[in-house]
Ligand binder design. Sequence first.
Ligand code: ADP
Length: 379
Amino acid sequence: MLNLFKKDKEIPKEITPGISQVKHIIAVASGKGGVGKSTVTTNLAVALAQHGYQVGLIDADIYGPSQPAMLGEHKAPKGINGSISPLEIHGVKFISMGVLNPKGGAVVMRAPLATKAITQFLVGVLWGELDFLLIDLPPGTGDIQLSLAQQARLSGSIIVTTPQKVAREISRKALEMFENLNIPTLGVVENMSGFTCSHCHQTTAIFKQGGGQSLGEELKVPYLGAIPLDPAIMQSGDDGIPVVIADPESHSAQCFQFLVQKLIGTIDDLQKNYTMLEPEKMQVFQDIGKLEILWKDKSTTTVDPYTLRLNCPCASCVDEITGKRVLNPSQVSIDIKILGARNIGRYGLAVNFSDGHNTGIYKFKNVKSLMNQNDELSV
Ligand code: ADP
């Protein structure tokens, strides 16, 4: 049994709500539903806890939560001083709409409310100190994924796919979305990769094999490994006892342990390239209305408010369908100022302008290149 990274449990300090004391937040995503994303999240979380890490899990699948069933815990969580105390089972703290919806009926909620629920899971739960907070996302590339990337600084994403072409191609979209948001892809997991008959011991690639690995190679992201199609994985999910606990010596459990080992080995290294694109420090000079950004790569950018305002990417300045700019430059004063600025996730910048406009999210890389062009033009 691998035991390379066992950690001593530390004495917990005061438990605070929110994610400020979480070391790594990891989104587990897929393009399609039903590929085993929740199963992989559950087993990864429990396997990390087995190695002594402090682990949390957010079930962000608001409309189809499966973590209460897979973890085998359906109790309603307690409220403490206006915050929610997460449930804890198999060494993992978790929260899910499935335990907050006591009647267990269908959750009928418009997207803005669903994204509010995600905010609540991030800021209103007593997570305290955690090494890892895994987020089991709903399938696809919608509002919940974007809202999460804007509200939390993610250490990375894990993309779960099954080997066949149709799943693989949709996973590519999820991968592209995270890359676009400057979130490192920690790796691709190929689930349901080959079934071994317990009688004749012959392996059949029911959904083909190698799709996850080739996707990783093609997009130059790490391949974390494969999980077999195994009735015991399904059964342990239905029983609420993840296979890494139910049968730790089984081949399937060992495959999950291998994923954990690979994840731990790469997560810190992978941060570097992506971190360079983020600000280390931002300062607004209120008197002249300019913003200065010191980037983590130690370069600096002085942001000209007029240029930035003219290039606002928000839906009222750019037609979302045609991509055409609808903002009339004559409506923007040449003396416009920046009054405030803040980071959005690890990819963007939001700005308050003196004309009251504040809805644009500028990608860091666009701010950099826009201001570089501006400098070249003014030379
Ligand atoms: P998703 O989160 O992608 O919608 P789930 O994790 O809910 O998918 O898995 C869908 C179904 O497939 C569940 O019944 C689960 O137990 C089963 N399943 C997932 N992975 C495997 C596997 N490797 N072998 C057998 N059954 C699996």
